[in-house]
Design a protein around this ligand. Structure first.
Ligand SMILES: O=C(O)c1ccccc1NCC(=O)[C@H](O)[C@H](O)COP(=O)(O)O
Length: 211
């Protein structure tokens, strides 16, 4: 299972989290995020990471040009679209960045939002389901209704996000069967400052899943 820790801002924390077992790290390229990092800050972390760790930039309603430039200048291997990007936009981004993983995040309020997923599955590499909040795009700490996702199987790889913590991760994975998980505020001391003890606890808990 892929394990993505999002909202990395500090090179040493990124390096440690990768060494603890994260398969992907996420970088907030959304200027309004309290976890925002610019190209130089992302590059400083990326340079410390092993090649086999995915480096995902998180964007929301950014232009094709901005995403392309940020990805190429920072050494990112993936772009996560966390705004209102359409399937057509995803297709255009694919032409701009053919070798980069494209993830589409969808914020889920109820079953009607799950129906939107199928319009993206032919265009993206991965879908990410996150919680809905009226004012915040992500990093909310709100959990999804896992019961609603028990049978969810979109036809492409998918990540579960939204309010996951070391304390609830096993309950979530008992109910839901994603290809990956994504955590941010559940392993933080403050926005952008990861709590390495919580990250270590997460990987300790996950040992029972992978064994
Ligand atoms: O985390 C943010 O600050 C953020 C801001 C704007 C758009 C997306 C954002 N985060 C996206 C993520 O992938 C988070 O990891 C995801 O929302 C889960 O967050 P959390 O509920 O805190 O685990």
């Amino acid at each position: 299972m892929r394990i993505k820790i999002c909202g990395i801002t500090q090179p040493e924390q990124g390096k440690t989290i990768a060494s603890l077992g994260a398969t992907a790290l996420g970088f907030m390229c959304v200027p309004s995020s309290p976890r925002y990092v610019n190209v130089e800050q992302i590059r400083a972390v990326v340079e410390q990471l092993p090649e086999n760790v995915d480096k995902i930039g998180v964007f929301a309603n950014a232009s094709l040009e901005e995403i392309k430039q940020t990805v190429l200048d920072s050494g990112l291997t993936g772009a996560q679209l966390h705004g209102d990007e359409s399937p057509e936009f995803v297709l255009q981004l694919r032409e701009y960045l053919p070798d980069v993983e494209i993830l589409k995040a969808l914020r889920i309020r109820g079953t009607e939002d799950l129906e939107k997923v199928s319009s993206y599955t032919n265009y993206v590499d991965t879908v990410l389901l996150d919680a809905y909040h009226p004012q915040q795009l992500g990093g909310t700490g709100i959990t999804l209704d896992w019961a609603m996702l028990e049978q969810f199987s979109p036809g492409c790889p998918w990540f579960l996000a939204g309010g996951l913590t070391p304390d609830n991760i096993l309950d979530a994975l008992n109910q839901v069967h994603p290809n990956g998980i994504d955590l941010s505020s559940g392993v933080e001391r403050a926005p952008g400052d990861k709590d390495l003890d919580k990250v270590a606890k997460l990987f300790e808990k996950l040992k029972v899943v992978s064994s």
